[in-house]
Design a protein around this ligand. Structure first.
Ligand SMILES: [Zn+2]
Ligand SMILES: [Zn+2]
Length: 244
């Protein structure tokens, strides 16, 4: 069985997750530690629980999800993987850092690529990889059926969805990813997002304003929201544009 430990790091309040198996092997997902103190919090957790890191895997390569990768690569000498469609996003990270006014010393280099439909094995446990572009071109989610959870990155949030105005983003692609790759998971599946609290598939199906089929003719949002996200022709909700 696999377990999840969550942390929240950096100026963008990004969620970093550790996936742990019964043999105390672990993967680190989206390491967002911004400074030495945050890195120490994570590595202290790993050492005090006698965990053995096996790899870093990323849902996508936006800078708030990669700040902490290089210190971990240095400390543990483990592989770092993400979807190959995130290569451009990774190389855009320094420009993104300048745009958001944060520092990014170095950009990590992936040592392997993760493909959708290709299961990831942590010891004897299998994680399913689903391709969920839209927020970024190579976004993936990690689904663990026996534990009824998925780590979703910035695709679907509690009551919201990822922004789609950054390079490679696309609103209709994102909505399609959510409907075909997340809303096809069992309703009781817990989704651990890249920002904010965990939610479930059923909760978002019922209440997420961006995923209801309400009629909509106008929108005050900074992109074409199509036929979702508003009621009576007036946008009621907004997507956080303060983070990548
Ligand atoms: Zn993010
Ligand atoms: Zn992102």
């Amino acid at each position: 069985m696999l377990y999840i430990q969550s942390f929240t790091f950096n100026p963008f309040q990004e969620n970093t997750y550790i996936i742990i198996n019964d043999k105390k092997q672990c993967w680190i997902v989206d390491p967002g530690m911004y400074d030495n103190n945050e890195t120490k919090l994570l590595t202290d957790y790993i050492s005090s629980n006698n965990l053995t890191p096996q790899a870093i895997i990323n849902t996508h390569a936006h800078l708030d999800h990669i700040f902490g990768i290089n210190p971990l690569l240095k400390q543990y000498n483990i592989p770092f993987g993400l979807h190959k469609m995130e290569k451009d996003v990774l190389s855009y990270a320094p420009a993104s850092a300048a745009m958001f006014g944060v520092s990014l010393a170095t950009v990590p280099t992936p040592t392997f690529f993760i493909a959708e439909g290709q299961p990831l094995m942590l010891g004897d446990d299998t994680i399913e990889v689903r391709f969920t572009p839209g927020h970024s071109p190579g976004s993936i989610i990690f689904y663990y059926a026996p534990g009824n959870w998925a780590i979703g990155g910035d695709v679907l949030f509690s009551g919201s969805i990822g922004r789609t105005d950054l390079p490679g983003g696309n609103f209709n692609t994102l909505i399609n990813s959510i409907k075909t790759q997340l809303f096809t998971l069992p309703g009781h599946t817990t989704v651990y997002p890249g920002h904010g609290p965990a939610t479930t598939i059923d909760t978002e199906k019922l209440h997420n304003p961006f995923l209801q089929d309400w009629p909509c003719t106008t929108s005050s949002l900074p992109f074409n929201i199509g036929t979702t996200g508003c009621k009576s022709g007036v946008a009621q909700y907004s997507i956080s544009l303060s983070r990548p």
